[in-house]
Design a protein around this ligand. Structure first.
Ligand code: HEC
Length: 277
């Protein structure tokens, strides 16, 4: 809690004292993201606390368990990869599916617990995240540990590349405090790794967080986004899609896949595409 208050103070101080990316922006000063952000009401401490308490029971139970990567691989191949995420977990360049390979264990646990607790609207995934599909908290801990070991790809979907300087300025000013200097995320705070993610997915998630469709989003981020134009969003996500993961993330440490015959058969998802998160 102290940490969240301190980071809230740092964020607001940072906005007040650091040179703003918007100051060199081509748009009129009165409509820069920085000014629009300052004009929006800031989230209260209780909103941030509420966010931290979402799906707390299952999340904390899974976090305290040691993830068994071998069982996680089995759960992943049976319940996640053959439905949508594919064995490599690198998603699709058009952003239909995210690159989940390399995602921080803590973040995956929170997202799964949130989806199960219906804090994050994800009609496509809801069914697959339920106990009768994935299993109990131990399986959540295991599958999250396995996903973190999957090697990431650099061949992800990138943005148009025509406004990268604006994207870098917005990112360095508004995002690094939570997602880290290179988009590597912060495990202990559940801030996702966003580096090297597919551009179209990034843009979609961001818009959905802005529009309240992802109810588990961090309230400070939701407030911040309100001041962004579509051009700002495109530019910052283009930049994020080009942040290069570390060698360790690119290499991964996943165990070799077992023979397919050891897995139970299942059918592909028939969910409508526009339901995808
Ligand atoms: C106050 C901290 C904070 C700030 C500032 C912040 N984020 Fe986030 N962001 C989060 C958290 C926490 C989540 C995960 C929310 C959840 O649990 O669903 C998230 C989620 C995301 C996601 C969705 C990731 C996924 O895999 O689905 C994207 C994309 C994202 N942030 C981009 C950004 C960008 C770009 C910026 C800067 C313009 C930014 N965020 C600023 C905390 C922050």
């Amino acid at each position: 809690m102290i940490r969240s208050i301190v980071s809230a103070i740092i964020v607001s101080m940072g906005l007040l004292i650091t040179p703003c990316h918007a100051e060199t922006d081509a748009s009129p000063a009165s409509s820069t993201p920085f000014r629009r952000y300052l004009a929006t009401p800031k989230p209260t401490k209780s909103l941030v606390e509420q966010w931290k308490n979402q799906s707390r029971g299952e999340r904390e139970a899974a976090l305290h368990l040691k993830g068994n990567v071998a069982n996680g691989q089995k759960v992943y191949l049976e319940s996640c990869s053959n439905k949508c995420h594919l064995p490599h977990g690198q998603g699709s360049k058009n952003g239909e599916y995210p690159q989940i390979a390399g995602q921080l264990r803590e973040v995956t646990i929170k997202q799964l617990a949130d989806i199960r607790a219906r804090n994050r609207d994800n009609p496509t995934m809801y069914r697959f995240a339920l106990p009768n599909e994935i299993g109990g908290v131990q399986n959540i801990a295991d599958v999250a540990a396995y996903i973190e070991t999957l090697p990431m790809t650099l061949d992800n979907g990138k943005g148009p590349g025509n406004d990268l300087e604006r994207g870098r300025r917005i990112h360095d000013h508004d995002c690094v405090i939570c997602h880290g200097a290179n988009g590597e995320g912060k495990a202990e705070q559940y801030y996702p790794l966003i580096q090297g993610q597919h551009y179209e997915y990034l843009v979609r998630q961001y818009q959905w967080i802005r529009d309240g469709r992802r109810r588990n989003a961090h309230p400070m981020m939701v407030e911040q986004i309100q001041g962004y134009t579509q051009q700002d969003i495109a530019a910052v996500m283009d930049h994020v899609s080009r942040l290069v993961p570390s060698q360790a993330k690119l290499k991964g440490s996943a165990p070799p896949a077992p023979p397919l015959s050891t897995l139970s058969p299942s059918s592909p998802s028939t969910a409508p595409k526009d339901d995808l998160l």
